[in-house]
Structure formats: structure tokens, C-alpha cells
Design a protein around this ligand. Structure first.
Ligand code: PMP
Length: 464
């Protein structure tokens, strides 16, 4: 950070860490950037003005090529669930790599079944007899959930919420809602987006509960006026990820599930970001609303860095898929399965769900305290360690501040922490750290945010 942009306050101190990183000796930052520019598609983007190069990680911390340590409060986009390079996870992977790297599912190998069992044990028991299809990503998981719902119900129309992100491959690009993620081509056949119940930017006025009721009526209207009346289902993120941690009053989800089921559809909970206790009180996000889903999709934190996605479905739904040949070459690979199983075990052994609940409460209180003297904070939302902070130019008009958000993200990085941003206007901070962060980490981030909010307010003329 240059002297003229540095906030005039003492920099907060990163909590201590006993890991010593290796001296980095690979290609330089300039070389890495040049390679990327020359040989990779320009679809790859960076979130910092000057791209960061990360070369080592240990639990909730990462190091750049110059050996500087950062608190990773974005978990590599909500993926380093138990932290980077956890020793138990590494040991499981190394053990498997020493034996055999790849066994496709046309042969028997125990790892995939063991992971299936580990997932089934953690699924709400009200779902009954569930089975899992392991694939490679969240997009693939949602694509299969869509196909399975259509095949099982015999219906075509899938509902999703406005502001949802469910992936970027052919079908899921249709389920994803914000226009910035969609090319101008047909991708949304039989997919309709219904009103989002997020109280902060809802299209209906009222209390969160009233808004939820209006949004349920919107679903009923869409079914009556835009479909045959027959649904394949609805897919919902309990709290949006890419969309900026929006959600709705709990009453919304239960009512919508009833409406959709009345029309023959299934309820799919996209738990790519909200799974495994991140929201604190429950293992899966959807359990916060008392809804029993028919299908759960997940990915990201399940593998903690290895490419894996999972579609957990009631057995009879999976049975419908088995009427044709369906296959994934890498899905259920023994190395990824060994890694994911170790990840799930570490989460339990280290009581990470409890940690998310406890620290989520402390973090929320700290953010609310900051909101009292930082007019840039429009809305604080989320649950546990799935937190979003929406930044605005003016609290009354709710005009988003994209530039202010950029300043906050950069200043926080300069102070030693990585955070994410999202939402249609790029003005929501996404605060979703590895589930192993400590109270000292949370206090450190709050101190960083306090300085960064002040700096953004000063630079962009945001006053209460
Ligand atoms: N669903 C949600 C809720 C997500 O956040 C994402 C990824 N951001 C996906 C699906 C797609 O996952 P992937 O990038 O692994 O394809």
C-alpha cells in the first residue's frame, strides 16, 4: 500500500501461526501473469487490481510468493472448508495416491462407497433412503439434479429464484439468474425464475414475512400463468453464494415447497456453499427452514480443494435416472473420495459446525457494532460463517457502491486478509472463511474492516 493511500491508523496484527512456509522458488509473479495472459482464455478474471499470487496455505492462512501471510476469509471461494492442507486430509490423499490414482466406477473400489455412506449419515434422516451420485463440480451436480427431476416427475419446468447462481454449464447457465452470467443464446428452456424473497431488495414492500408471502403468491402466479401447471421442481440456495448471501424469511421456503409439491415438483436444495454446518445451527442450510428436500446438491467444501460434486437424492429419484446409461469418468475417483471422506471426518472431529455457530454470533455482533458508525454498511445478513455485508452510497436510497466495495476489498488485503465480493452490483462483501477460524481471526478481520470501511467512506464521499 502506498503512503498516500494508507489509512492513518495502526495496522491490526495477524494472529500468530506456527507454520513456516517454504521459500518460494517457482516462476516469478510477472512470469505467471504472462503465462496466464498468453495461454489461457480471457474468461479468467482476477479480483484485485494487482493480481495476487498464492503459493502456500496452512489451515486458515495463505502465503503469497513473497512470503507474506494473509488470513483467508473467503476460503478460496468457500471451498477450503477445513482449512488449507489439513494434515489428516493430506495423509488420506497421499495414502491413496501411493496405491492407485484412478479407478472409474465400472470397477469396484471401496472409497466411493465409503464416501457415499459418510454423506448419507449426515443427510437429514427425514429424507429417508438416500443415495449419492458423485461428479466433478457444483455445476455438474445441479445439471444432474435437473435431469433427474425431469426424468422422475415426467415434467419439464424447473423454477429457480431470481439472483440465484447454480453453475455455468449449458443447463445450469439457465438456472443461474443474473444476466451477467448468461450468453445471448437459448439456455433456459423450461426454466423460470421467480421473485426473490430477499427483504433488502425485494420487489414487494412489507416486513420480511409479508414479502415472503408475496413471493409465494408470485410462485403460484407463475405456475398458473407461465407453465402447464406441472413442475419438475424448484432449486434454491438457502443463502445465495454468488448472489451476495441473500435469503428470505423462513416461512418462504416451507410454503414454496408445499406449492411446488402440489404441482408435482421436487425441492432441490443447492448446498454448494451452505453445507456441512457452515450456517451453524444445522448441518445443511435448508434445515434452518424446516424443509425436507428431495435432492441436495453440493460441491466446493466437500472436497476442500479437490474437484468433487455430489447429488444426494431419494432412492426412487435416482432409480429413474438408471433407465438410461449415465456416467462420469472422474466422478467417484478414489483420490477425491479419500480426500472428501477425510474432510467430513475432520469437520466432525474438530467440531467445526459448533465453531461456525459460536464465531458467527461474535462476528455478527462485531459487524453490527461497525454498522453503527459506518454509513457504507447497508445490510448485514447470513448465518453462522456464511455472511454478507451489502455496501451502499446512501442507506436511504440503497444505491450500491461498487467502487467503495472495491476499496474495502483492496484495503483489507493490504492489511492482511482476503475477502470476497458478489451480488449483481458487485457491492456485497462475501465473508465465508474456512470453518476452523478462531476468535482472534474474527477480531482481526473486524479491525481490518473498520479501517477499510472508513477509508472507502473517505475516498468515495460516503457520509451518514
Ligand atoms: N451452486 C452454487 C450455489 C455455487 O456457488 C456454485 C459455484 N459458485 C455452483 C453451484 C457451481 O459450482 P462449480 O463452480 O463447482 O461448478
Amino acid at each position: 500500500m502506498s503512503a498516500d493511500t494508507a489509512p492513518a491508523v495502526a495496522a491490526p496484527q495477524l494472529p500468530p501461526c506456527d507454520h513456516t512456509p517454504r521459500a518460494y522458488s517457482g516462476p516469478t509473479w510477472e512470469e505467471a501473469l504472462a503465462l496466464r495472459k498468453r495461454f489461457l482464455t480471457p474468461t479468467h478474471f482476477h479480483i484485485y487490481g494487482e493480481p495476487m499470487m498464492l503459493v502456500e496455505g496452512h489451515r486458515q492462512y495463505v502465503w503469497d510468493h513473497e512470503g507474506r501471510r494473509y488470513l483467508d476469509f473467503y476460503a478460496g471461494i468457500v471451498t477450503a472448508s477445513v482449512g488449507h492442507s489439513h494434515p489428516k486430509v493430506l495423509a488420506a490423499v497421499k495414502d491413496q495416491l501411493d496405491l492407485i490414482q484412478h479407478v472409474p466406477t465400472i470397477y469396484l473400489h471401496p472409497a466411493i462407497g465409503e464416501l457415499g455412506e459418510a454423506v448419507a449419515k449426515r443427510v437429514p434422516k427425514e429424507m429417508g433412503d438416500v443415495v449419492t451420485y458423485f461428479v466433478n463440480s457444483g455445476s455438474e451436480a445441479n445439471d444432474i439434479a435437473l435431469v433427474a427431476s425431469r426424468v422422475y416427475t415426467g415434467n419439464w419446468t424447473m423454477l429457480a429464484l431470481r439472483n440465484a447462481y447454480h453453475g455455468a454449464v449449458g443447463h445450469t447457465m439457465g438456472l443461474t439468474s443474473p444476466h451477467v452470467w448468461k450468453y445471448n443464446m437459448p439456455h433456459q428452456d423450461g426454466m423460470i425464475h421467480v421473485a426473490n424473497p430477499d427483504p433488502y431488495r425485494a420487489i414487494y414492500p412489507g416486513t420480511p414475512e409479508e414479502i415472503a408471502a408475496c413471493c409465494v403468491r408470485d410462485v403460484e402466479d407463475v405456475i398458473k400463468f407461465s407453465t402447464s401447471g406441472d413442475l419438475a421442481g424448484i432449486i434454491i440456495e438457502p443463502w445465495t453464494g454468488v448472489g451476495g448471501v441473500t435469503s428470505g424469511h423462513p416461512s418462504y421456503f416451507k410454503s414454496v415447497a408445499e406449492v411446488v409439491r402440489r404441482h408435482g415438483g421436487l425441492y432441490i436444495s443447492d448446498e454448494v456453499q451452505t453445507a456441512f454446518g457452515r450456517t451453524g445451527e444445522h448441518y445443511w442450510g435448508v434445515q434452518n427452514f424446516g424443509v425436507v428436500p428431495d435432492i441436495i446438491t453440493t460441491a466446493k467444501g466437500l472436497g476442500c480443494g479437490t474437484p468433487i460434486g455430489a447429488v444426494v437424492m431419494k432412492r426412487e429419484i435416482a432409480q429413474a435416472l438408471a433407465t438410461k446409461i449415465h456416467f462420469s469418468t472422474f466422478g467417484g475417483n478414489p483420490v477425491t473420495c479419500a480426500q472428501a471422506k477425510a474432510v467430513l471426518e475432520v469437520m466432525d472431529e474438530e467440531r467445526m459446525q459448533e465453531n461456525c455457530h459460536r464465531l458467527g454470533g461474535i462476528f455478527r455482533k462485531g459487524l453490527e457494532e461497525l454498522q453503527r458508525h459506518h454509513p457504507i454498511i447497508g445490510d448485514i445478513r447470513g448465518k453462522g460463517l456464511m455472511v454478507g455485508v451489502e455496501l451502499v452510497k446512501n442507506r436511504a436510497t440503497k444505491e450500491p457502491t461498487k467502487e467503495g466495495t472495491g476499496t474495502v476489498v483492496e484495503v483489507v488485503r493490504d492489511l492482511g486478509a482476503l475477502i470476497g465480493r458478489g451480488g449483481l452490483y458487485g457491492n456485497v462483501l462475501r465473508l465465508k472463511p474456512p470453518m476452523c477460524v478462531t476468535e482472534a481471526d474474527v477480531e482481526f478481520l473486524l479491525d481490518c474492516l473498520d479501517i477499510a470501511f472508513g477509508e472507502a467512506e473517505r475516498r468515495h464521499g460516503i457520509a451518514g
